[in-house]
Design a protein around this ligand. Structure first.
Ligand code: MN
Length: 239
């Protein structure tokens, strides 16, 4: 497969072998089941912004739970054998798909989340991504405000995203529960996510309790903009 075809097929998240970790690709080759991807850092590496206990429970209980339930849901489902990006793209909100939607989204979303975190994230993106942010949001500061606002205003559980649309333009959106912008049959604003923040209470409640805004502000210090920029380049390489 040519690299470009590979990028098209994988939608960027599993792409960029040399550029970014391939967490979302984690799948057993033998039986096509998904496995929990390895974390690129220790549970306590994000302290004090994200505490070690939250990280440990989030990864070993919540994400592991989505992987286990996704494999169970796919056992007799038509999407069995597809890569996670395609599962997200094809899944519907129909009753027969609900377990795949919830747990497939849970696996994809958390895999992306771990990838874009690092202990000492750059303060701002550089290169082509920085230029595109300026173009689409006016400034990095404006982007930060819009992203934080989207995360703060998710009612209940969900995610906020920075997304690349089909024309290579960036936008911010939010989704409910474990939905994501790949899910064209489920959400209204569709594209390829390159950055996401988990605003389920399980992501922050132990340390922050009800102070979601404080968690969001501190999350901004943890973003690995090199990884996000690599995902952006992969996304626009598809156009
Ligand atoms: Mn979570």
């Amino acid at each position: 497969m040519k690299r470009r075809d590979f990028l098209l097929r994988t939608g960027g998240v599993c792409a960029g072998i040399a550029l970014v970790p391939t967490l979302s690709c984690s799948r057993s080759k033998e039986n096509k089941t998904f496995v929990l991807p390895k974390l690129g850092f220790a549970f306590d590496a994000l302290e004090p912004n994200i505490d070690a206990r939250t990280m440990e429970i989030h990864y070993t209980k919540h994400h592991a739970g989505y992987v286990k339930k996704l494999n169970a849901a796919l056992e007799k489902h038509p999407l069995r054998g597809e890569i996670i990006v395609d599962i997200c793209r094809k899944v519907t909100g129909k009753v027969a798909d609900v377990a795949v939607l919830n747990n497939g989204g849970g696996h994809y979303n958390h895999s992306l989340f771990w990838e874009i975190l690092q202990p000492n994230g750059a303060k701002a993106p550089a290169g082509k991504l920085a230029k595109q942010i300026d173009k689409d949001f006016g400034s990095f500061e404006n982007f930060t405000k819009e992203f934080a606002q989207a995360a703060a205003t998710v009612f209940g559980s969900g995610w906020a995203w920075l997304v690349v649309d089909a024309k290579g333009k960036l936008f911010v959106t939010s989704t409910q529960n474990q939905e994501n912008p790949l899910m064209k049959n489920v959400v209204s604003k569709v594209g390829l996510p390159i950055l996401g923040i988990d605003v389920w209470e399980h992501a922050y409640y132990l340390h922050y309790q009800n102070r979601r805004k404080e968690y969001i502000a501190n999350f901004m210090n943890l973003i690995n903009w090199d990884v996000v920029a690599a995902k952006f380049l992969n996304a626009i390489a598809q156009h």
